[in-house]
Design a protein around this ligand. Structure first.
Ligand SMILES: Cc1ncc(COP(=O)(O)O)c(C=O)c1O
Length: 485
């Protein structure tokens, strides 16, 4: 098979895998006949056969004699249900998650540990070599680049590329509406400091990414947790109640593919969120780091698209799609631009020049959209296979999220399981998982873990998931024996 042909079959396989992961093709559905697919995609029979063989190898489809290929049925139906709804408490919390998070981060630094708890994408899936070559040739060509501070708002060529990309996000931001930052984390740090004072209350979703809770903790803010659901995202009725009962300085959340639920707020709900907050003059800090990683391929509009008052501060980065270590991110700060630029000066003075240049050049080169398509298709397959393995290996009654974007699973086990104990037991066996309580200011979700589908699915992952599932079952068994005794 020629080289082009071999790339082609992977693309055909990835497209079908994405349809399966998105539920457009369901277990038991018949795939198009080889002849039809050849016609539809204008590819050869060899390409379609190779694509179907790949899907078979990935465990997604099965051939049936004389009938064609079918989406595989699972031995045990995948648990459907969304993790249970957390209860709403309207009292703001002092946050304290740092110690448990440090333990997780430490386990992530050990390369011998199976990284089911981390968030860093496998380098083999990223165009990191091309990006590094771009960086090297820029450094060579522009001999003195990096000698001076690249003051806020940051490198013009990168901001120009971001402005262009914002069209593909469904809004239109000018290059002067961006400040470049050291990753999305600095963007959120700047946004929080620009909109709050120590002691203020900010709304966060529950569950939410522990990095955001740490920020809230470090800035001496109080977190008011509003439930987030897998199907709909942030509970807007609960937010309405909170806004009428407490003084809220800002709302910090992920309307598009949140971490850890993979939830997506509908456009109508994003609009309602932005309008409600505008009515109360409360800024929305929107973490959009997973915005490009829809598992069905589409790119939802950020809530920022509905902002008429400059009250939405949109935070993003290339960490999840290109290079986490480049630390290139951005903030579109709306009406807080001046304050953000002053803060940026006092916090990090400037964003490193060369990595911004390399990202700008990469974005301009035009390969980014193609890369995103294959990354999304890859994650669609990964998430599907991990879900399947968790469903097989974990105790009966376990509920697994069905993320619409990103690459993490929220796995809620029966109450007899302690996520912290499970984390320690798994780590003893060389496996890192993220315990549920670190995703909540109140330490909720005691029997839930987050599983990241970042390592390519294969025997190592399957074995690790089987081990964690087995440890969880043993905990339940031990609990039962104690109950009886
Ligand atoms: C939801 C979320 N926001 C922000 C970050 C950090 O982004 P960055 O590397 O751009 O600072 C992460 C990293 O895992 C994340 O999961």
């Amino acid at each position: 098979m020629a080289l082009d042909e071999s790339l082609l079959y992977e693309r055909v396989a990835a497209d079908i895998a994405a349809l399966i992961a998105a539920g457009a093709l369901r277990p038991g559905d018949r795939l198009p006949s080889v002849r039809k697919l050849c016609r539809d995609r204008t590819v050869s029979v060899a390409t379609v056969l190779a694509a179907y063989r790949k899907l078979e190898g990935d465990g997604l489809v099965e051939p049936r004699a004389k009938s064609g290929h079918f989406v595989r049925r699972f031995e045990r139906p995948l648990p459907k249900k969304t993790p249970a709804r957390p209860r709403l408490s309207l009292s703001p919390q002092r946050v304290s998650v740092s110690a448990s998070v440090s333990a997780l981060l430490e386990s992530m630094r050990d390369p011998s540990v199976v990284p089911l708890g981390g968030g860093v994408v496998d380098p083999e899936l990223l165009p990191i070599r091309a990006l590094n070559r771009t960086l090297a040739s820029l450094a060579r060509e522009l001999g003195t680049a990096g000698a001076t501070y690249d003051m806020a708002p940051g490198l013009p060529s990168l901001r120009r590329q971001l402005a262009r990309r914002s069209l593909s996000w469904g809004l239109s931001l000018g290059e002067d509406e961006f400040v470049t930052t050291v990753g999305a984390m600095e963007a959120m740090h700047l946004a929080l400091r620009a909109t709050t004072r120590p002691g203020d209350t900010v709304v966060v979703a529950t569950p939410t990414y522990f990095g955001l809770l740490q920020l809230v903790e470090e800035l001496n803010l109080r977190a008011l947790e509003i439930p987030s659901y897998e199907r709909t995202g942030l509970d807007l009725d609960a937010l309405d109640r909170a806004l009428s009962q407490a003084r809220i300085a800002a709302v910090l959340c992920m309307p598009t593919f949140d971490n850890p639920l993979g939830a997506l707020m509908s456009e109508a709900n994003k609009e309602r969120l932005v309008r409600t907050l505008a009515k109360h003059e409360v800024p929305l800090i929107e973490d959009d780091v997973y915005g490009e990683l829809a598992l069905d391929g589409s790119r939802p509009r950020p809530a920022k698209a509905f902002d008429k008052d400059g009250l939405v501060l949109l935070c993003g980065s290339v960490s999840k799609t290109l290079a986490a270590g480049y630390r290139v991110g951005w903030l579109s700060p709306g009406r807080f631009a001046e304050r953000v630029e002053r803060l940026k000066f006092s916090m990090t003075l400037a964003t490193p020049t060369l990595t911004q240049m390399a990202v700008a050049e990469y974005l301009q080169s035009g390969g980014y959209d193609r890369h995103l398509r294959s990354l999304r298709a890859h994650f669609a397959v990964q998430v599907h296979r991990y879900r399947e393995a968790v469903a097989q290996a974990f105790p009966a009654g376990t509920r697994i999220s069905e993320p619409l974007g990103g690459y993490v699973l929220w796995v809620e086990m029966p109450r007899g399981v302690s996520a912290f104990e499970l984390q320690a037991e798994a780590l003893d066996r060389g496996i890192a998982i993220a315990p549920g309580p670190i995703f909540s200011a109140r330490g909720a979700f005691p029997s839930t873990i987050r599983v990241s589908c970042i390592l390519r699915f294969g025997p190592r992952v399957e074995e690790a998931l089987a081990t964690v599932g087995d440890l969880a079952s043993r905990q339940i068994e031990r609990g039962r024996r104690l109950d009886v005794a």
